[in-house]
Design a protein around this ligand. Sequence first.
Ligand code: GLA
Length: 665
Amino acid sequence: MEEQLCEYGFAGYGDFRQPAFSLRDGKGFPIPGPFTITPELRTEKPPLPGLPSARFAESERAETLLLHMQEAHSGLRITLRYTPLPDYDAVLRSVCFENLGNEPLILYRAMSCSLDLPYDGQQLLYLHGSWARERHLCRSSINPGLFSFGSTRGISSHQFNPFLALLTPHTGEHSGEAWGAALIYSGNFAAEAERNHDDNLRLNLGIHPETFQWTLAPGERFDTPEAVLVYSPEGINGLSDRYHRFIRERILPPRFREAERPVLFNNWEATYFDFREEQLKDLADTAADLGIELFVLDDGWFGERNSDTTSLGDWAVNRRKLPGGLAGLGSHIRNRGMEFGLWVEPEMISRESELFRRRPEWCLHIPGRRPPEGRNQLVLDLTRQEVRKHLIETFTSILEAAPVTYVKWDMNRYLASVASPALPPERQEEVYHRYVLGLYEVMEAITSAHPEVLFEGCSGGGGRLDMGVLYYMPQYWTSDNTDALSRLKIQYGTSILYPPIVMGAHVSAVPNHQVGRSTPLSTRGNAALSGNLGYELDISSLSVEECEEIRRQIDFYKKHRQLLQFGRFLRLLSPFEGVETAWMWVDGEQREALIIWFSAYREANLPRRRLRLAGLDPQRLYTVQDSGRRYRGDRYRGDELMNRGLLLPEVEQDAGSVRLLLQAE
Ligand code: GLA
């Protein structure tokens, strides 16, 4: 048994590796099998109740293989589900546990997928980081033993993303094999890689077993989140390309699949909590004049919210700051030809709030103990039906009353004191997962009641950027770190899994508020237009030249928005390997491409560098234009640009950048 490759391994029967699942019966005895396996083929993917999962059109077939594993004594039936998606070289996997017996069963571990394969020198690729440093890249060898990472913070987290990939030692960005596994889930997760004495390798990905237990009463079932496994024979870029298409076409809300995203202004770093209606109107006038399409009012518009110590839960407009209410500000913004967007943080409650005074029991807490605050706030207990109902009613009606077409949905702390007095003792270990199910119910209700509204997820920046949230919210605020150089790493790492169209990216002030660095406006623009372009600085105090430059950036972005938001994205030079970063976009017909090259430092008299491009038509002739007009219509064939490379101009300063546009003849 030990030496075998298993499909969904379990302990207690001679397999000593990290199991994919574990259960006990109502008397506390383990259920070690054996199992009788019956296959079944269906033409559609069975639904995962309450969980986001890959979308299929009603008319579409989604052939799914079910492997039913029936245990003889306990009434336990485990069903492994596999839905292949050849267009993405992907397989969707999930598992259903059913109790068909008469006694309760307790589930302790229920991975969404498990993969056994011989170890052959493969390496791991995964994304790690922290607040303001999300999704940095890590590539490591796999040593004997067990390696695991994940989150027990209640959300998928800034620290790790629910994704890992296996690479052969020679796999690079453009060649070699890569196998990815990613989870459509926003809560605690674990990713495990175990290499045993026989050089067998096991990967597990699923809900974190450390903070999970689930009682299956007779007749009940438990569905794991869906995992998306992707294979690429074309290197890491090939893996990303498949995930990018998958996320755009199968995860994002259908209405936004092909919708161009607006250029936005956000007042957070311009004013923080300290603003008045007149000041916002002035900012709106300038924003409209610069060509911005959406004005977003961030934190501080409700209750007594003049700092982060109060008012979460009291979602009534602060009339001292906004005498005309949201309607007044909204109509001013609309009269300037822009859309109006609003910041909210529905899952939270301030101790200092009317809601807390009325409903102190509505936060996650252990009875009789004071729950710890994070950013001065507590977390609402989304396992409670009345809390979910309250949130759905409150935010649905805000969206009905306020003239908003965009919402930034924030979530600014990790979960602690994770208990719910509303649940019985044997279900306390279910709270983490029930919180996520409650969140999905609330997100589903609010977003489907307002399908026209563009939602952008946020969690202290990119703390919950995962496919679970993207299913409801087609954009995400990638990081609170808005420094252009920091952003290159964050956006590079994020792009391993997520397409640029989901990444909110803003031009902010210098010196930068997070790292104190000053970078040229052109580079701040180039970094931000590599995602969903926005501006988050005091635009009323810009010089005439700065305004002109921003106008040019926005014009450029609008002109090339189709390519930037829907083109194929390719990474060329990694900021994790040197001082340069480069990436590019190619349209579906390979007629147009845009390359952006960044260099953190300027050096004197360096030898000229060539940058090898990718994804072009080798036969076509391309004309090169650049932002500094150094190429005047020079023409090269695609194969030359990809094999020999394009001669790069020198950067003119530290943190310099160059934009190059290729047009096929
Ligand atoms: C979080 C977000 C920021 C901003 C603040 C407001 O930190 O990531 O963008 O919205 O909250 O309090």
